[in-house]
Design a binder for this molecule. Structure first.
Ligand code: F6P
Length: 327
């Protein structure tokens, strides 16, 4: 297991996710273990374009496994989408003697890395880090478990006050294209209905469900709505209900970016550690232009075409259970 790779650059890109630091730590420590050097590229592709790069060693990643956010900071770079931007980035990579890249991020990050690989042939690998769990090729992405637990905790708190006042709450969770956080925080939080971008009831069905609850003396209702809901976000749905009836005392809570922060769960730390080591070893085994993933707790390597543009489906069983339990 070896090739000519001796200096690896690691960076975080796109929306940050709890557990990214644990992944950075794993990459750096695996490099040290295999006697390779490692540098951190700040602010994702932005730092690559500007040459904002620093040396990392085993000690520089101490005391970060438990921290949310990313010590390397993150950005969504517009300039890297241009050929000029990527040419500037390549200059810095060459100047620094970096011969392989590990990106921690989502779909957009992998797309950028793939383009860079095709143009400059730099051995590279992506680690899926996004709270959305929206990447095909892996059972879980780093940050999803923590974000979902954060949402569940928030839903539990809202339930207390909802019940005290017999209120109907619309709670919006993150997920522009993916209902993973909504589905699983909704099931775990005992939601009366869960609205996902992938598949959801119509507004009329939702309204009818609320009516059924009234008949069976349901005192409060929590509706969990993913940000990317096709029938409207939490505010829009609340307004539509209010336009039809004044029976309900309606409130809205949008959880927003609080789901992106906080200390990562044990699950995300272990996942990030596995994937970080898996990414470094993948580079030594010529698994280039791939995304490392975990399937049934085993490390796998997925080619770009098997990941990007593919939807990570929520299983039908989750929809079925959510429906049964919404009575
Ligand atoms: O991709 C992660 C995510 O948190 C999505 O759930 C959300 O739609 C988006 O990022 C928000 O992005 P930003 O922080 O750039 O507003």
């Amino acid at each position: 297991m070896d090739n000519k790779i001796s200096k690896i650059g690691v960076f975080t890109s796109g929306g940050d996710a709890p557990g990214m630091n644990a992944a950075i730590r794993a990459v750096v420590r695996a490099c040290t273990y295999y006697k390779k050097s490692c540098v951190g590229i700040m602010r994702g592709y932005e730092g690559m374009i500007e040459g904002d790069i620093m040396k990392l060693d085993a000690r520089s990643v101490g005391n970060i496994i438990q921290r949310g956010g990313t010590i390397l900071k993150s950005a969504r770079s517009k300039e890297f989408r241009t050929a000029e931007g990527r040419a500037k980035a390549y200059d810095h990579i060459k100047k620094q003697g970096i011969d392989a890249l590990i990106a921690i991020g989502g779909d957009g990050t992998f797309t950028g890395l793939n383009k860079f690989y095709q143009e400059y042939n730099i051995p590279s690998i992506c680690i899926p880090g996004t709270i959305d769990n929206d990447l095909a090729g892996t059972d879980y992405t780093i940050g999803y478990d923590t974000a979902t637990n954060t949402a569940v905790e928030a839903i539990d708190r809202i339930r207390d006050t909802a019940l005290s006042h017999n209120r109907l709450f619309f709670i919006e969770v993150m997920g522009r294209h993916s209902g993973y956080i909504a589905m699983n925080s909704g099931i775990a939080g005992g939601a009366a209905a869960i609205i996902c971008p992938e598949e959801s009831m119509s507004f009329d069905e939702l309204y009818a469900l609320l009516g059924e609850g009234v008949k069976t003396n349901k005192k409060s209702n929590l509706i969990v709505v993913a940000e990317g809901s096709k029938i409207g976000g939490a505010h829009a749905l609340a307004q539509q209900v209010a336009e039809r009836t004044d029976y309900f005392d309606i409130k809205v809570t949008v959880l927003g970016h609080l789901q992106r922060g906080g200390t990562p769960t044990y699950f995300d730390r272990v996942l990030a550690s596995q994937m970080g080591v898996g990414a470094v070893e993948g580079l030594f085994n010529n698994e280039f232009d791939t995304m490392v993933g975990v399937r049934n707790r085993k490390i796998v390597y997925n080619k770009f075409d098997d990941v990007v543009g593919k939807h990570h489906d929520i299983d039908d069983e989750s929809f079925r259970i959510a429906k049964i339990l919404s009575i």
